[in-house]
Write a protein that binds this ligand. Sequence first.
Ligand code: SF4
Length: 455
Amino acid sequence: MEQKVFFIKTFGCQMNERDSEIMAQSLAGYGYVEGMDMYAADLVILNTCSIRAKAEQKVMSQLGYLRKIKEKRADMKICVAGCVAQQEGVRIIERMPHVDLVIGTQNIYDIGALLETSTSKGSQVVTDLRNDYDIPRFLPELSLPGATVSNISPTPSFGFRKFVTIMQGCNNYCTYCVVPYTRGREVSRKVSDIVDEIKVLVESGVREITLLGQNVNSYGKTNQVDLSNENYNFANLLKDVSEIKGLVRLRFTTSNPKDLTDELMRCFQDIKNLCPQFHLPVQAGSDEILKRMNRKYTIAQYTEQVNKLHEYCPDIALTTDVIVGFPGETDEDFEGTMNLLETVKFHGSYSFKYSDRPGTRASEFKEKVDEEVKSARLARFQKRQDEISLERNREYVGKIKQVMIEETREDGSRGRTGTNHIVHFEECLPFLPGDIVSARIYFAGQHSLKGKIDS
Ligand code: SF4
């Protein structure tokens, strides 16, 4: 089989990064290897994200750019995947007829076959979102792309940490969010598929696994994932995965507070290799705005969950997502968000100005907030968050933390704590990525810590 080279550009979230790895492995079966040079590639894939405004414009300008390259290299293939592909579909081909394939978020496993079809039948658009969609069984293979060869481990490996998708889609229909329209109904992978995939990764040297889903808290709710237990849920999955021999650290993202149970929160107490770090998006600090967002919890309920989490895991590091300037947000509503920040004192947060997304209910809401007001609120929130993050980081100074090594270089080394804080070391440490060291923290900065090996 003639070897062909593909180049993949991934936009947005970890789900997309994982989907890019799945497409890479699928393409290997069609004679493709991954290249790092877009100009020299036989196939260019844009794996897109549509969570923020201007997502479509970004993709269209990239495709405009690729048109110039393709004018010189007619044999080059161009594929658009991910959420903008799902959302825009045939409109992409209409505007950019030089695109060969537009594939949706449920079609990534078939990219190889669909590309062959586009060679014989011309540009293809495959974006069907099926309610009966079942996520195919996927086992990573070391001999195929996705397995990197580096100076540290000359034999192919998957590195020391990996994301593993456990479900796709979402049924929550938060009024500002495109995900239910671009990734379809919630569907959970079978437990055995997930556990088998993680066993392959851990056997090849992976030490840390992050379980991925739009709302992992509702894993197993919409389809049976374990034939022997119809009530199998996310807490069960965490326990089963945590017992995989050789797995040092376990993390997960993302959670909707409305599906956060006591059983799940207690996992932070009971499961020793579950990292004391939790990303729990609140989005806003006002019950009125949460109702308009269709988030289905109140600030009182959210705060109670935070208190419970601290009972089960006193050292837990909480982070969150916040949207400012949601339609109808008053000064008082925004003060609610600032008060919540003071109450919880999040270790960190991702905060954004609200923007209309195509097809969402909120895009039809009337009371839009002025752009300047949004910018002022975002600046104020981020300034206070930065101050709090520094305060929280300073709590680690003088403490001894278990740090997983990520990189060692002549000019210094880097690692990460269980609470997901980056730790820098001045020296080139005699350890490998994935090794755990005891470090005494002696400095705290805005975004990272400094440590010394504690001997
Ligand atoms: S739970 Fe998350 S992914 Fe689902 S609709 Fe709401 S914001 Fe979107």
